[in-house]
Ligand binder design. Sequence first.
Ligand code: FES
Length: 162
Amino acid sequence: MAKLSESGAQKIIEICGRYKDEKTPLMMILSDIQNEFGYIPLEVQEVVSKETGISVAEIYGVVTFYSFFSLTPKGKYIIGCCLGTACYVKGAQQIIDKFSEILGIKPGETTADGMFTIDALRCIGACGIAPAVSINGTVYPKMSVDQVPKVVADYKAREGAA
Ligand code: FES
């Protein structure tokens, strides 16, 4: 969705229409758009603003506040590295740094081939198996820096075999 297509704009208008009777429709609209398109860039926010009368500044504020909304497309595999306290004291920073080094991207970024995104997460509720990494919902317990290259290689191999 580099530039918003006519059909993309129509879809957004349709989503906004679903909640026209709601008092506070913004979260529902943005959730539907995030699910439908995978991200919510500025040109989409402008359409939502026009349809709802809510300012782009307010919409932008919501999109950037909640981590489940994204301004840019995410990768096929989202590598969520927990940087909560329990994981942090067990070396989570070195683990996320290793993913960054291998993939050549910073946390919050996506590889150019659209394959991987690295996300820094707060506690994911798996402190007992810290440091924890979650990739598309699969939790990797007690991760170590040494395991990182193999995990990345496994996902790459999976793609090669697909
Ligand atoms: S701090 Fe990482 S799972 Fe709780």
